[in-house]
Design a protein. Structure first.
Ligand SMILES: [Zn+2]
Ligand SMILES: [Zn+2]
Length: 138
């Protein structure tokens, strides 16, 4: 992955730039990602917060995760595209939805997680490691 990496929402009101490589990339199959995206999983990149430059207004929706901590899902108030997530459990990071990248082919998932709630119609890459719940990041 070369830097910077650019992305935007569907309508273009929100644009962002990532200044360094994501710390981690994975597919989240949790119910919250399914419900909020309308799809089988969310392709997410974990990036250091100060390495992301965002232009435009974002609205956040807070949901309490299984852990009891809050996940704030950020979306464009104009077109509803989901772009970011702030995790109370990881205050120095944001996650970015890989489908919003200008070059989504740069996304390299390393793990499928929350596979305990993966749907039968969700085909996963058999070559990727699987975690039934939250990945262990050290
Ligand atoms: Zn938009
Ligand atoms: Zn999820």
């Amino acid at each position: 992955m070369t830097n910077p990496i650019y992305g935007r929402c569907l309508c273009g009101a929100v644009e962002y730039e990532i200044l360094c490589k994501p710390v981690f990339s994975a597919n989240c199959h949790c119910r919250d990602c399914q419900r909020s995206s309308g799809g089988a999983y969310a392709p997410v990149m974990l990036v250091k917060k100060d390495m992301v430059k965002i232009q435009g207004e974002i609205k956040f929706h807070d949901v309490k995760a299984d852990s009891g901590l809050v996940n704030s899902r950020g979306f464009c108030p104009e077109c509803g595209s989901q772009l970011f997530e702030k995790l109370e459990s990881m205050p120095h990071f944001v996650t970015i939805k890989a489908g919003t990248l200008d070059q989504p082919e740069l996304f390299e998932p390393k793990l499928d997680f929350y596979t305990s709630s993966a749907q039968p119609w969700d085909f996963m890459n058999p070559d990727l490691p699987k975690a039934r719940r939250e990945p262990e990041l050290s």
